[in-house]
Unconditional design. Sequence first.
Length: 90
Amino acid sequence: MILFFIGVVEMVIISTWTKAVTETKVIFSGLVTIVNVLIWYYVLETVLNDINNTQVIIQYAFGCALGTMLSTAYFSRQEDKKKSSSVAKI
């Protein structure tokens, strides 16, 4: 079950990384990359230690899906707020 939550966190981190890269935040995107690699190391180690347990992979996949959906919704709302505030200024 822990890989489900790690999947959620990892996708939030990856979404944050993507936003940082597109906004050219060089140092921040580098730091986020380090955290992401450490998470991947843990995920790979966990999966390899229990390679025949497909339930672990399924939990991780669902966690990643939820993390992606939450991140997408959050950043979409942020963009909508920015657009509406810039329209209000005009």
